[in-house]
Design a protein around this ligand. Structure first.
Ligand SMILES: NC(=O)C1=CN([C@@H]2O[C@H](COP(=O)(O)OP(=O)(O)OC[C@H]3O[C@@H](n4cnc5c(N)ncnc54)[C@H](OP(=O)(O)O)[C@@H]3O)[C@@H](O)[C@H]2O)C=CC1
Ligand SMILES: N[C@@H](CC(=O)OP(=O)(O)O)C(=O)O
Length: 386
């Protein structure tokens, strides 16, 4: 029988956005995370959720949640929550380019007062934050967690709390949505065959990845955009931290040394679901063949699954044998969007540099964003951090 956990009241910041709407869907019938509060900009505050949101999901919103009244994203308005999820734009979520360590020294507002950006203000108010924004992902004191890869990195939380003088507050980040879709297969392969050394990845990313209203229709219909600002840098630099290790006293991360990733990121006219086409080379010789890679991915069990997190998919990775799968429209909702689908697993070109090639599909607002945050929160509750 599944273990039961005490109910936790949660809030969603940025609840009207592309990621926020996915939180509303995924939290509607959660076994222990109860949606208590929703937040958005001043423009939306004090309106009922259903009146402020421009709902873009194919499933309807829950009647009960649709009547929640939106609050401004101020920590003092969320003290009735045990934790919050952040689907805030990065300019609202936190400092840019500086990271949390210097984030302890707050910004100075126009009137000269010291202010904290939103996520920092919440953790200072002792409210744990699970963030989708990019600001603090690479900060040495912030766990960057993909729940079906490295939930053990949350064991840095006591150190983070000590650093900030907090009792209950902490910050855990998700990675970039396109990164999530590739690190899950990488984790399965590395567990079996040792380090991946070199990767070349090409993505076709969904429109919902750009938020709402996002990409103008005249740009994306009947078209492919061969550039997403800032995306390739994240693809090339976030995986090393996720696939790295926590040191023995759980105070610092060692990034995976020697993992080089080259990325080309494009936007295509798909609503949800990022495709990634990967070529990779292992460090160890001889490298595994495609059949062994398929088996390793099929056997992969993540720690989130082993811990019994209720949203953890039965299989973190589904591998298709059919040569024309996965496809976004057909396969993005497998395990409600928590599973990454892989197909076209092939050996590298004969005599070529890369060992293996495959295609991976991930639902960018579920396992790529809101779903990962929810799974991370489940793990944090199971581990007793909340
Ligand atoms: N979309 C995706 O697939 C992924 C997104 N992310 C990240 O998640 C975050 C959210 O992305 P997404 O949902 O796409 O963005 P959207 O632009 O769709 O939504 C932004 C949300 O932030 C709110 N907001 C805007 N300004 C303010 C403000 N001044 N104060 C408080 N709230 C404000 C908006 O509320 P209002 O309606 O009132 O304007 C809205 O709820 C971003 O950091 C993004 O980079 C990460 C992974 C994947
Ligand atoms: N940039 C991603 C989504 C996103 O917002 O990513 P990030 O949180 O890393 O900025 C996309 O367009 O599909």
């Amino acid at each position: 029988m599944a273990a039961s956990y005490p109910k936790k009241k949660c809030g969603v910041l940025g609840a009207t956005g592309s990621v926020g709407q996915r939180f509303i869907l995924l939290l509607a019938d959660h076994p222990f995370l109860e949606l208590q509060a929703v937040g958005a900009s001043e423009r939306s505050a004090d309106k009922k959720y259903k009146d402020a949101v421009r709902w873009k999901q194919s499933a309807p919103m829950s009647e009960k949640l649709s009547n929640l009244v939106l609050r401004e994203c101020k920590a003092e308005l969320f003290t009735d929550c045990d934790l919050v999820f952040s689907g805030l734009n990065s300019d609202i979520a936190g400092e840019t380019g500086k990271g949390l360590q210097p984030g302890v020294s707050p910004s100075r507002s126009e009137d000269g007062m010291l202010t904290f950006k939103t996520e920092m203000a919440f953790i200072k108010a002792e409210i744990p934050v699970f963030s989708n924004a990019k600001n603090y992902r690479k900060d040495p004191i912030v766990p960057l967690v993909v729940p079906t890869v490295n939930p053990s990195h949350m064991d840095l939380i006591p150190h983070q709390r000590k650093h900030f003088g907090l009792k209950k507050g902490f910050l855990v980040c998700n990675s970039n949505c396109a990164v999530i879709g590739v690190v899950i297969p990488f984790a399965a392969l590395q567990a079996k065959f040792g380090p991946v050394e070199e990767v070349e990845v090409f993505t076709e990313q969904a429109i919902s990845g750009a938020g709402y209203p996002g990409v103008p229709s005249l740009d994306i219909v009947d078209n492919v955009i061969p550039f997403i600002s800032g995306e390739e840098d994240k693809m090339e630099n976030e995986a090393q931290k996720i696939l790295g290790s926590l040191n023995a006293d759980a105070t610092a991360f060692n990034e995976q040394a020697g993992l080089r990733i080259g990325a080309t990121c494009t936007r295509v006219g798909v609503t949800d679901g990022h495709m990634a086409f990967v070529s990779l080379r292992f460090k160890n010789r001889p490298a595994p063949k495609a059949e062994e890679v398929v088996q390793a991915m099929r056997e992969y069990q993540s720690e989130a699954q082993k811990l019994g997190a209720p949203s953890a998919p039965e299989f973190a990775i589904k591998v298709f044998d059919e040569p024309d799968r996965p496809q976004p429209r057909l396969d993005r909702d497998i395990s409600k969007g928590y599973t990454v689908s892989v197909g076209r697993v092939r050996d590298g070109a004969e005599g070529g540099y890369f060992d293996i090639r495959f295609a991976a599909l991930s639902h960018n607002t579920v396992i790529g964003a809101a779903g990962s945050s929810i799974l991370n929160a489940e793990v944090a509750v199971i581990k007793g951090y909340i």
